[in-house]
Design a protein around this ligand. Structure first.
Ligand code: NAG
Length: 324
């Protein structure tokens, strides 16, 4: 009898000791106590859903969540927003820090399929993970980061925590939702470009299609190229904007091929180069790559793209790419 009891005890206890859903691992990880209390106290349904999923979870640390909460409007943190937020931090595939930190970086699909944040013609939106900078081209690996919307960068501070369904990585900053290209320009203070977009009523052209790649020169890039937009006609501005637009595809750096040409909305192509630790369109280096937008991706440029037919070329053509 005693033996049978012992046998049963071992049988029952062994699986219990092994079972560690996300819920249990979050509860056991001190740096996730804020996340744990939000989920267990206020959102048990969300916790149950999270606990039932498999894949990769980017878990915001206590500092990350406290900073996020203090910056947010509490009225806007509805159950629906929190659910979207959890979904954006979840990838359906199990990706280790080594997978995410591979040379060139890694696009990871998430579970964020709310059409407000995922207008990609079907699939859920993504994050870009990289230990090689925002373009994935750095010569040597640095900290593993997760790049999200509006230029947000989160560093993985505690990688590869195992749970039943996959892996969890603690991050030091809550991921930002992907926004439209023009909202992204605003967030990145690309005001000269944004003024040009407004003047030509160009916003819908880049914000509404289901797949789009925005190339976005900084204010300094436009000024450095000697371009005075107020001196150009509306048509000239529109043509210049179209040469910075790649319609119909989402060209993350991982998709772009060295030496390949990509047709712009204007017609002429831009040619991609990956060299000297940088990502280039024509001879212009990307200053910040892979900003995830709701309908694709934006790359911030350190210079201006001059198309063969572009009126901008008639102003002083300074090669700003070499000044960074
Ligand atoms: C989470 O899932 C595990 C199985 O992976 C289960 O043992 C545990 O009871 C679940 N916890 C909650 C809070 O739902």
């Amino acid at each position: 009898m005693a033996l049978v009891k012992l046998y049963l005890g071992v049988l029952l206890c062994a699986p219990l000791a092994l079972a560690a859903g996300i819920a249990e691992v979050i509860a056991q990880t001190p740096e996730l106590s804020t996340l744990n209390s939000i989920l267990t106290t206020d959102h048990p349904d969300l916790l149950a859903e999270l606990n039932a999923t498999a894949g990769t979870f980017f878990a915001p640390s206590n500092d990350a969540l406290n900073a996020f909460i203090s910056a947010a409007d509490p009225n806007q943190l509805t159950a629906e927003v929190l659910k979207d937020l959890v979904n954006y931090h979840l990838s359906p595939t199990t990706l280790s820090a080594a997978d995410l930190g591979q040379a060139g970086g890694k696009i990871a699909e998430t579970k964020l399929s709310d059409p407000a944040f995922a207008n990609l013609g079907g699939p859920a939106n993504v994050v870009y993970a990289s230990a090689y900078g925002s373009t994935g081209q750095d010569a040597a690996p640095g900290p593993l980061k997760v790049y999200s919307g509006i230029g947000g960068e989160s560093t993985v501070t505690n990688p590869d925590i195992q749970y039943d369904g996959g892996l969890m990585h603690v991050i030091d900053r809550v991921l930002d939702f992907p926004q439209s290209c023009t909202t992204t320009m605003q967030a990145k203070s690309l005001t000269t470009l944004l003024d040009a977009v407004k003047r030509t009523n160009y916003a819908d052209t880049i914000d509404l299609p289901a797949k789009f790649t925005c190339l976005a020169p900084t204010n300094e890039a436009i000024q450095g190229a000697g371009i005075d937009i107020s001196a150009l006609s509306d048509q000239q501005v529109l043509d210049a904007l179209k040469y910075h637009s790649i319609p119909g595809e989402v060209d993350y750096s991982t998709v772009l091929e060295d030496g390949k040409e990509y047709p712009t909305l204007l017609g002429p192509t831009v040619k991609v180069h990956k060299k000297d630790g940088q990502l280039y369109f024509n001879d212009v280096a990307v200053q910040q790559g892979n900003i995830i937008t709701n309908n694709g991706v934006a790359h911030v440029l350190s210079g201006v793209l001059i198309s063969p037919t572009d009126a901008w070329a008639t102003t002083t053509a300074v090669d700003t790419a070499t000044t960074i």
